[in-house]
Design a binder for this molecule. Structure first.
Ligand code: HEM
Length: 168
């Protein structure tokens, strides 16, 4: 769908969008909670330190989506460049003070994390439920969670982390 435009894109979107409504995403919440709980159960291997990326952040959306539908995994080069542009505008300090700081109290709205216009992320409602469930459950389970190390991938085409080590 991302690779189509105009009429064909609109036709595809009309076909699949009933599966991606906010109501559907909300109905999916209990299943997301179960998936999140299962991942959190396996998080602490006794060392008190964990690579959050490989043990939680990466498997979560995969586990959720395989319960729901399949999405095409490969992303084209031009799409990556577009993603980099979106990542950059979301970190524009003129719009978002201290853009690198994770601040759940930021005023809502204005970001382009899910894009804009006709290709606006179809999974946004689901992703929002997923993120909310995950963050709430994570902080409830590990209230002392602390960042140890975060590193970005040496990839100008995407804003991705290679390391996200945390203490539980
Ligand atoms: C935090 C998680 C997510 C982020 C940040 C995100 C971000 C985005 C962005 C930026 C686009 C625009 C791509 C473009 O313009 O070509 C997009 C498109 C799309 N996303 Fe997401 N997404 C997320 C989760 C999901 C999930 C969970 C699903 C499916 C269940 C999903 C399905 C789609 C689809 C189908 C499109 C293509 C829409 C179109 O071309 O009309 N996304 N997403």
């Amino acid at each position: 769908m991302q690779q189509t435009e105009g009429e064909e894109h609109a036709r595809l979107r009309r076909l699949v969008s009933p599966a991606f409504t906010a109501r559907r995403a909300a109905a999916f919440r209990p299943r997301i909670e179960r998936i999140v709980d299962r991942l959190l159960d396996g998080l602490d291997d006794g060392t008190g330190r964990v690579d959050f990326l490989t043990r939680f952040a990466q498997p979560l959306p995969m586990d959720v989506i395989t319960e729901l539908v399949g999405i095409p995994a490969d992303r084209r080069e031009d799409w990556r460049a577009y993603g980099a542009a979106l990542a950059a505008v979301n970190r524009d300090p003129r719009v978002f003070p201290e853009p690198e700081r994770l601040d759940f109290g930021r005023p809502i709205g204005g970001h382009l994390g899910y894009a804009y216009g006709p290709h606006f992320c179809l999974g946004a409602a689901l992703a929002r439920v997923q993120v909310e469930v995950a963050v709430v459950a994570l902080l409830k389970r590990f209230p002392g969670l602390e960042l140890i190390a975060a590193e970005r991938m040496p990839d100008p085409g995407a804003w991705r982390l290679s390391t996200l080590e945390v203490a539980l």
